[in-house]
Design a binder for this molecule. Structure first.
Ligand SMILES: [Zn+2]
Length: 330
């Protein structure tokens, strides 16, 4: 019987789930819109519903008899749950999550374990995604890896010696909140000058608007709402201002990566999230800054790559954390 884990990626917009095999492949998937503003019980019931669906379908597959080719029986060994926000030091309770305003101190691990009589692992979503890339994606061959998720904010996950590095209080990896300018722009965390306040999609849009205000011409000048995607599309059409702002964003990213290399000297740095759609436009300035500023010994063997699993990393990684804990996968 093949062993599978259910991986769940709890997000503020969608709850995505997959049945993942021990090689990190998603066998089947489910997704549902998060009732993000609802009471915790309603959101937990959404999660339970997805788990039940997988269990029921595995049971019916296993029970199926008759002639012909029968799919191999499936054994679900547990549930891995990746959640945004702060998780307690024991990895049992979601203390709070910025995307789910009513979630405060929810002991979700116990709730899942009791309801389904199966082991459950609770992991921060950025860590889960980083583990997914390390286990089955762009960091597969490496024993040390740092992953940055570049989107509305900037998330991070760190793997050292084939293990997630969670820190003393389960809050390591807040790479987006590395301060790179003492009196820099305000950040969503309340601090000033965080790397995220320069290089996230939100920050790029803000800097682009400032550029337009200062009189720089752009094909986006008279367009209504300016988004990171619109800037990206305009850059690919050759819009100078858009190209410049993406280049500058890459330079900020390069600065952060130099800092990461100097502290951790990882084998691989994986970049993921919506902003990697800019491809080489973003990667070239990153690599240029690194070659100018990093110690050669720190960067010569560090690979900087885009994610392989994309949006699936969270599901695969959550399942992988569970399978690792059970000793089923590495
Ligand atoms: Zn911050």
């Amino acid at each position: 019987m093949s062993s599978y884990a259910i991986g769940i990626d709890l997000g503020g917009t969608n709850i995505k789930a997959g049945l993942v095999n021990k090689n990190g492949k998603i066998q089947s998937r489910l997704s549902i819109k998060t009732n993000y503003n609802a009471d915790p019980q309603i959101i937990s019931n959404q999660i339970f519903g997805l788990i039940e669906e997988f269990i029921n379908s595995a049971n019916s597959t296993t029970a199926e008899v008759g002639g012909g080719l029968k799919p191999p029986p499936i054994s679900i060994v547990g549930i891995g749950l990746g959640s945004p926000g702060l998780i307690d030091e024991k990895g049992e309770t979601i203390i709070f999550s910025p995307n789910l305003p009513k979630w405060r101190n929810i002991p979700i691990k116990r709730m899942v374990t009791e309801r389904f009589s199966m082991p459950c692992v609770l992991e921060n979503d950025a860590n889960a995604a980083a583990w997914g890339e390390k286990w089955a994606g762009a960091g597969k061959e490496a024993s040390s890896m740092v992953m940055l998720t570049l989107g509305t904010g900037i998330g991070g996950g760190i793997v050292i010696d084939n293990k997630l590095w969670r820190g003393a209080n389960n809050v390591a990896g807040e790479i987006g909140h590395m301060v790179i300018q003492m009196d820099g722009p305000p950040c969503s965390c309340g601090n000033y000058g965080c790397f995220e306040a320069f290089a996230s999609a939100t920050a790029m849009v803000r800097r682009f608007k400032e550029l337009l205000k200062s009189g720089t011409s752009s094909s986006l000048k008279d367009s209504g709402e300016i988004t990171a995607k619109a800037i990206n599309d305009a850059a690919f059409q050759g819009d100078r201002a858009s190209l410049d702002i993406i280049k500058e964003t890459g330079q900020y990213l390069g600065i952060a990566l130099v800092n990461i290399m100097h502290v951790l000297n990882p084998e691989v740095i994986v970049l993921t999230g919506g902003m990697i759609g800019s491809g080489e436009l973003l990667m070239n300035p990153i690599k240029e800054v690194i070659s100018q500023r990093a110690f050669e010994a720190s960067y010569k063997d560090t690979k900087i790559v885009f994610s392989k699993l994309g949006n699936d990393a969270g599901i695969i990684g959550a399942a992988g954390c569970l399978l690792k804990e059970l000793g089923i996968s590495v």
